[in-house]
Design a protein around this ligand. Structure first.
Ligand SMILES: Cc1cc2nc3c(=O)[nH]c(=O)nc-3n(C[C@H](O)[C@H](O)[C@H](O)COP(=O)(O)OP(=O)(O)OC[C@H]3O[C@@H](n4cnc5c(N)ncnc54)[C@H](O)[C@@H]3O)c2cc1C
Length: 390
């Protein structure tokens, strides 16, 4: 017969959000268990930020998140701030630095962050059950969670099983399935922070430039990001592209300004530089990587040397419009956009409005951060909001 365990709180998923929630409930004396189907906790924390975990962003505000309700994240973010997490990191003397744009990274390794969370769980008396795959959840007064070897009972159930990105390290649709089982609405999950795949035609034009990176402004529907773009073997990546991908929907056009705030033809219009292919190439190479500059001129030469033709040519450079064939999908996406509809949850506690005692936190909720430490800040903040409310 399967062993039966009784707790006050069951947290499904031992990632960033689940661990933070368990620490908070454990600290308040709630008997808490984390059930994790992998053989260790926090695998995504370990691979995050290129192994250095971009654990927060000091400029975090609700404008850094996508959600069908842009106000939903405000309350949790205000009550657990980047400073709160930094205080914890400093308490453990974990060395860190600001890389760029408020993004804080570990100096050494993401392992420091995971070790800190594991130690906080130990201090708070949280029980961890690894290799525990949940087979069924029922509610009969309490929540009953059946796994392969055991049955768990608790009055509060926290779903922190994350999104669909990177299935090979354990992502599952479990959280969405459970939400549906209890009658909660889901906003269709889609890959976010993901590279684009170009059409075969565009691939034949640009893919041999793989590895070339340039400063661009990428936009979709009025949302714009100015950062680096990287040409890949199948399409486009780099921070500007990853950022805009979260706002892109299938078949939408993407606008790319290849030389923001620069006028590459002004030398011909306002100075007396002779109008020739060689001079144009030399102006381009001052601003763009030479391989990209040469390819652009080869594919899109100015129609003529007249002023209107040069103006058109300049305009095209600042408004390169492409329709990506798609994205690299959940296999390569850093996050999953969409998820449990925020209308279903209390913004203060993350508790389901329909099912008392059932909570959803972290990436499984329809709140998605931009690139730069915002997704972890949401995981910490939503985890703390639920953990303090239970
Ligand atoms: C390559 C990569 C790099 C990233 N880098 C950063 C970064 O530097 N900064 C940043 O802010 N964000 C980063 N992110 C995003 C960030 O990792 C996630 O948004 C964050 O981990 C979400 O936390 P979570 O706890 O909601 O989900 P997760 O961290 O995904 O945790 C969910 C946990 O649930 C477990 N689980 C799933 N299904 C079940 C089940 N059925 N039963 C039991 N357990 C289950 C999983 O094994 C996992 O341990 C990165 C993501 C990726 C993929």
């Amino acid at each position: 017969m399967a062993a039966t365990h009784s707790f006050d709180v069951l947290v499904l998923g031992g990632g960033a959000a689940g661990l933070m929630c368990a620490i908070e409930t454990g600290k308040r004396g709630q008997r808490t268990a984390v059930l994790e189907h992998a053989d260790r906790l926090g695998k995504k924390i370990l691979i995050s930020g290129g192994g250095r975990c971009n654990f927060t962003n000091i400029h975090c505000g609700s404008e850094n998140f996508l959600s069908s309700n842009p106000h939903f994240a405000k309350s949790a973010l205000a009550r657990y701030t980047p400073q709160d997490f930094i205080a914890l990191v400093e308490k453990y003397r974990i060395p860190y630095h600001e890389k760029t744009l408020g993004q804080l990274f570990c100096d050494h390794s993401s392992r420091d962050i995971l070790a800190m969370l594991e130690e906080e769980c130990r201090i708070a008396g949280v029980r961890i059950f690894l290799n525990t795959t949940v087979q069924q959840v029922r509610r009969s007064g309490q929540f009953v969670v059946e796994s392969s070897g055991a049955e768990f009972h608790a009055p509060a159930l926290v779903v922190a099983t994350g999104g669909l990105s990177i299935p090979k390290i354990g992502a599952t649709s479990f959280g969405y399935d459970l939400a549906r089982q209890f009658g909660l609405k889901i906003r269709e999950p889609r890959p976010g922070l993901v590279p684009f795949v170009l059409s075969p035609e565009d691939q034949s034009r640009y893919s041999d430039l793989a590895g070339v990176s340039l400063d661009v402004m990428a936009s979709v529907d009025g949302q714009a990001f100015r950062e680096k773009m990287l040409v890949t073997h199948r399409g486009l990546s780099g921070p500007a592209i990853l950022q805009i991908s979260s706002y892109w929907e299938s078949k939408k056009r993407l606008q790319i300004d290849l030389a923001p705030e620069t006028n590459l033809t002004s030398a011909f219009l306002h100075a007396n530089t002779p109008r020739s292919d060689a001079n144009l190439r030399s102006e381009f190479r001052k601003i763009l990587p030479s391989r990209f500059a040469d390819r652009w001129l080869e594919l899109h030469p100015p129609g003529s040397w007249t002023n209107p033709a040069l103006a058109n040519f300049e305009k095209h450079l600042h408004n390169w419009t492409i329709t990506p064939a798609g994205t690299e999908g959940f296999e390569k996406a850093e996050v999953t956009a969409g998820g449990v509809d925020t209308d279903e949850l209390s913004a203060k506690t993350m508790e389901s409005r329909k099912v008392p005692g059932l909570y959803f936190i972290g990436e499984v909720v329809d709140v998605t951060g931009q690139l730069g430490g915002f997704n972890f800040q949401w995981a910490w903040a939503s985890g703390a909001a639920a953990g303090r409310a239970i």
